[in-house]
Ligand binder design. Structure first.
Ligand SMILES: Nc1ncnc2c1ncn2[C@@H]1O[C@H](COP(=O)(O)OP(=O)(O)O)[C@@H](O)[C@H]1O
Ligand SMILES: [Mg+2]
Length: 158
């Protein structure tokens, strides 16, 4: 597990950008944390690391938005609006999870069993002022490899 503290949205994006430079096709990131924690902000940084030029917005009304102008496709999902109904919606989730790009999922708890087991969990909590704590957990070899690479690029202080 890796723990990071950021003091601004720019710092959160800079961290996510480093990860975005490393992610591989089939990687799955699950972002959790309250509304306003910084899940979409994190995704914006990751997109920048992929070289996505198109601005990344909150996909709440589209559920899944695909960005194709980076190194590999970014599939940005926000399941919040579907809630418990998400598992019954046939949105072709597997096409994304097992596709050519990286999937970043906000409110993944509503999809739980449909998401590949090997996923990188990023939990964001509020701290003082604009501070955030980011707790990153790997759940398999793929996500562990990504965390190791990130740790080399962005060493944690503890
Ligand atoms: N350290 C920080 N990391 C991320 N976002 C931050 C931070 N400090 C302030 N913010 C602000 O908090 C808000 C997070 O919103 P957003 O990323 O949409 O959250 P979520 O997607 O989790 O609901 C943004 O307005 C962002 O600028
Ligand atoms: Mg969001």
């Amino acid at each position: 597990m890796l723990n990071y503290a950021t003091a601004s949205s720019e710092e959160t994006q800079a961290l996510a950008k480093r990860l975005g430079e490393r992610v591989q096709p089939g990687d799955v990131l699950c972002l959790s944390g309250d509304l306003g924690a910084g899940k979409t902000t994190f995704t914006q940084g990751l997109a920048r690391g992929l070289g996505v030029e198109e601005p990344v917005s909150s996909p709440t009304f589209t559920i899944i938005k695909e960005y194709d102008d980076g190194r590999i496709p970014l599939y940005h999902m926000d399941i919040y609006r579907l809630g418990d109904a998400a598992v019954h919606e046939d949105l072709g989730y597997d096409e994304y999870f097992y596709g050519e790009g990286v999937s970043v999922i906000e409110w993944s708890e509503f999809l739980e069993d449909l998401i590949p087991e090997d996923r990188l969990l990023v939990h964001i909590t509020l701290a003082e002022g604009d501070g955030r704590h980011l707790q990153m957990t790997a759940t398999g070899p793929r996500s562990s490899a990504r965390l190791k690479e990130l740790e080399q690029l962005c060493p944690t202080s503890h």
